[in-house]
Design a protein around this ligand. Structure first.
Ligand SMILES: *Cc1c(COP(=O)(O)O)cnc(C)c1O
Ligand SMILES: [Zn+2]
Length: 391
């Protein structure tokens, strides 16, 4: 399932104004992260694309891109979902991006815009992957990056950030503290904030490409389900918008969270419109451990998109995430971090509870590489098969 040649569209920087999703105010292209009138979440204003959309983030600068996106979609054996499942199971392998997660798509776009709008440096609050992506792209662009991570960030992600030469600051406690610290750093330095929540509208806009690519790679059909490891939810929005761009309809979206940090899944289960922050995030899935305490409205936006797609937000246990991660490595040769396997883990539970039908088509987005959290794999143990020789 290869992609057609990338398309360039004629979006010009002056077209890239912003719109507030809460009050509809519009703004000229600028480095601003919330609506100045009402504090609402901003998004990029776009013309509806021509029939096929764009298969490349059209405002990523040529000297910034590192070849992100265009990741493979691969069909797996259906019994990897469940022995009784007779439908199709596919994975969108986002581990294949330059720094090993889909955050590269977001950073390539937000950094291109930041530099075009005059930024001299960048800051990113990150549970690890967005920071690694920001550090990677800033290194190539030759501008300084300061990455702020929670103390408990997996060592593989921290080593990667340091390897790219970024400044690394670790902040005690959950991701929310890192988020606030990054905001302060931006105010002090004047650097652009590339934090990969809904904060940077240009980054979020680039994730539409995930939906557009999927539609193309599926042979322009809309699958029944797409399962997405979900923190605040820009990736959910990207898949939603990408399918709207190209197909005018959206698959049922599964926002997969961990039981140890599930603000969106909890609100879904309780039938609520408004997401409330989670109290004490505690999960092996570091990439989806944002409690959304300071900006629960981001979770509410994501939840509204899940509902509009007739999908579900679902919290899966860490043990199920671990099993799915191990199975992806051992039965599909796909080495991913725990967070990335939350999509398959959630889809498995939702098949078993009857939500996913036995002949449905299910796409799981696998969001981050196994090297990023190798400790999660270290306890798994070796399987010594009969043919192996003693060393
Ligand atoms: C950031 C991240 C997510 C969550 O993405 P959101 O768009 O913030 O919901 C999922 N998986 C991995 C590996 C991530 O790094
Ligand atoms: Zn507003």
């Amino acid at each position: 399932m290869t992609l057609a040649a990338p398309l360039r569209t004629e979006t010009k920087p002056q077209d890239l104004g912003l719109r507030c999703i809460a009050c509809d105010a519009t703004l000229a292209p600028t480095l601003v992260y919330r609506c100045p009138d009402c504090g609402g979440i901003l998004e990029v204003v776009r013309q509806k694309p021509e029939s096929r959309g764009w298969l490349r983030a059209d405002f990523v600068a040529d000297d910034i891109t590192l070849g992100e996106g265009g990741t493979p979609l691969r069909e797996l054996r259906s019994d990897l979902l469940h022995a009784g499942f007779k439908g199709r199971l596919l994975v969108k392998d986002e581990t294949r991006n330059p720094s090993g997660s889909f955050k590269d798509r977001l950073v390539a776009a937000s950094l291109s815009r930041a530099i075009a709008l005059g930024a001299t440096g960048i800051v990113s609050a990150s549970s690890g992957n967005a920071g690694a992506a920001a550090a990677c792209y800033a290194a190539n662009a030759g501008i300084p990056a300061i990455i702020v991570c929670p103390d408990a960030t997996p060592r593989g992600k921290l080593a990667q950030i340091a390897a790219y030469g970024a400044g690394l600051e670790q902040v005690p406690g959950h991701y929310g503290n890192s988020f606030e610290h990054a905001k302060r750093l931006c105010a002090e330095t004047g650097y652009a904030n590339l934090t990969a929540t809904y904060l940077n509208p240009y980054g979020v806009d680039a994730l539409r490409l995930v939906g557009q690519e999927l539609h193309e790679q599926m042979g322009r059909i809309v699958p029944d389900w797409i399962a997405i490891p979900t923190s605040s939810g820009p990736l959910v929005k990207g898949v939603f918008q990408g399918f709207m761009d190209r197909a005018g309809e959206v698959p049922r979206l599964i926002a997969a969270q961990s039981e140890g940090c599930a603000p969106i899944a909890r609100a879904f289960k309780d039938g609520k419109i408004d997401v409330a922050g989670w109290e004490n995030p505690n999960t092996i899935a570091s990439g989806i451990s944002d409690p959304l305490q300071a900006y629960p409205e981001e979770g509410s936006l994501t939840l509204s998109l899940v509902r509009a797609s007739k999908g579900v937000a679902y919290a899966v246990g860490d043990e199920r995430i671990r099993e799915a991660m191990i199975d992806l490595a051992r039965k599909a040769g796909l080495f991913c971090e725990p967070t990335a396997a939350a999509s398959l883990a959630a889809a498995r539970d939702l098949f078993m509870n009857g939500t996913i039908g036995s002949t449905d088509t299910v796409v799981c987005i696998v969001t981050g590489h196994g090297f990023k959290d190798f400790a999660a794999h270290e306890g798994v143990g070796h399987s010594i098969h009969r043919g192996s020789r003693p060393l």
